[in-house]
Design a protein around this ligand. Structure first.
Ligand SMILES: Cc1cc2nc3c(=O)[nH]c(=O)nc-3n(C[C@H](O)[C@H](O)[C@H](O)COP(=O)(O)OP(=O)(O)OC[C@H]3O[C@@H](n4cnc5c(N)ncnc54)[C@H](O)[C@@H]3O)c2cc1C
Length: 379
């Protein structure tokens, strides 16, 4: 007896808010087909802008600013869906949403109004934290003015973003300032620094800030607001949600192809499908749980509740990394050499996912947040 190929979609919970209707998916799939082999994310972002998705989370408020809406489930569903279509686009959208949330949390109404104008022009935002060899620093000139020196690397959307949130660490005190900066100067962009085998459409290049002036209006919140939890480390659930989209799409592709070819009739192939579902489903439950803790309960909880939610979110990132590696391995072994062909539907997804899961310092995440969770479990 041959089992019907399991559908990952049927394992998903019904969405509370459907931000990506079928029309958006269809447009994105058409662009993906048309743009095969090209690294430019602009045509994908244009689809999101045309369907109003770039401004979907910023509801204008009476004071001229905006409220960050409509909640974590909508963000989660959008990231999972985008991650299953084009992971680089999901990465860009994640940065955009992250910036919108931080500016809603810490920005003034005037700064939020500035962002609404950017959104009105179809502009994309992002958060550029990773430092280049010369970290970005604030430089005071003789007349009391402030400019910047140094560069950010792995800056997703470099050359495409309109505005970025740029965290800057003070060398002397370690305090972190969050700046809202126009990053449209093409001459400052170097994409050659992101010569990776995957995630190429995220154009995560280098942006040089030498000589860029900083005004008080560019400073978002108070120093170190950016590092406030649960939204700093805790926010990693969004990155994991984008990765989950690719993981589930790979499992769906593995199950679908083995079902169509009848190879799922072999118990070892069916076992691969089963193992892949276990990994994908485990990652989904972790990320849903941590997203809900970070974006609802923990935000109003006490310090231990926030620390636990943040540690769980960090661990959710590790669970997702593990699930991604398992699912990539199972699909490559189950589908064989054919799945490495550039024309194969899973080739780009597995290549992109293997790059995107390489996030900062996984060893430290395991050890540092493990202490919080160990203390909690030993109570
Ligand atoms: C597609 C993509 C897009 C990105 N976009 C953005 C963006 O828009 N904005 C942004 O800010 N960042 C972005 N990043 C960068 C991301 O935030 C991380 O900076 C980056 O992924 C770090 O990867 P790494 O392998 O260099 O990490 P590392 O921290 O160098 O980890 C590599 C290995 O070294 C270990 N390790 C780390 N430190 C030490 C140490 N001191 N001693 C011994 N071992 C150590 C780690 O545990 C791990 O095993 C992006 C990354 C990717 C992949």
């Amino acid at each position: 007896m041959s089992l019907a190929p399991p559908s990952l979609r049927s394992l998903r919970e019904p969405a509370e808010a459907e931000l990506l209707p079928d029309a958006v998916r269809a447009d994105l799939l058409a662009v993906r087909e048309r743009e095969a082999g090209r690294d430019d994310p602009a045509p994908f972002v244009e689809v999101l802008a045309r369907h109003g998705l770039l401004s979907a989370f910023a509801t204008p408020a009476a004071d001229g600013g905006y409220r960050f809406e409509p909640g974590w489930r909508a963000v989660f569903d959008a990231l999972v869906t985008l991650g299953g279509i084009e992971l680089s686009l999901a990465r860009l959208f994640e940065g955009h949403v992250n910036a919108l949330q931080l500016i809603a949390l810490y920005g003034t109404a005037a700064q939020q109004a500035r962002v609404l104008r950017v959104l009105g022009e179809g502009g994309l935002l992002g958060v550029w934290g990773a430092e280049g060899p010369e970290p970005v620093r604030l430089v005071e000139d003789a007349r009391g003015g402030v400019t910047l020196s140094g560069a950010k690397r792995y800056a997703s959307g470099a050359g495409l973003l309109h505005t970025a949130l740029v965290p800057i660490t003070e060398a002397e005190t370690g305090r972190m300032h969050l700046l809202l900066l126009d990053v449209r100067e093409k001459a400052r962009v170097d994409l050659s620094s992101f010569d990776m085998r995957g995630m190429r459409r995220s154009i995560s290049g280098t942006y040089t800030f030498d000589g860029v002036p900083v005004t008080p209006a560019d400073r978002i919140g108070a120093p170190d607001d950016y590092r406030r939890e649960p939204f700093f480390v805790g926010g990693i659930w969004r990155c994991a949600a984008a990765q989950l989209g690719a993981i589930e799409a790979i499992v769906g592709g593995l199950a679908g192809e083995l079902g169509r070819t009848g190879r799922d009739g072999h118990p070892l192939q069916m076992a691969r499908i089963g193992q892949a579902i276990l990994s994908a489903r485990t990652a989904r439950l972790w990320i849903e749980d941590t997203a809900a803790r970070i974006e609802t309960g923990a935000a109003i909880g006490d310090a231990p509740a926030i620390a636990k939610a943040v540690a769980l979110s960090a661990y959710g990132r590790l669970v997702t990394e593990e699930a991604a590696m398992t699912v990539i391995d199972l699909s490559e072994r189950g589908l064989g050499l054919g799945s490495f062909a550039r024309s194969h539907p899973l080739e780009a997804l597995t290549r992109d996912l293997s790059v995107y899961i390489r996030q900062a310092n996984p060893d430290a995440v395991l050890l540092q947040h493990g202490r919080v969770l160990a203390a909690d479990m030993a109570r």
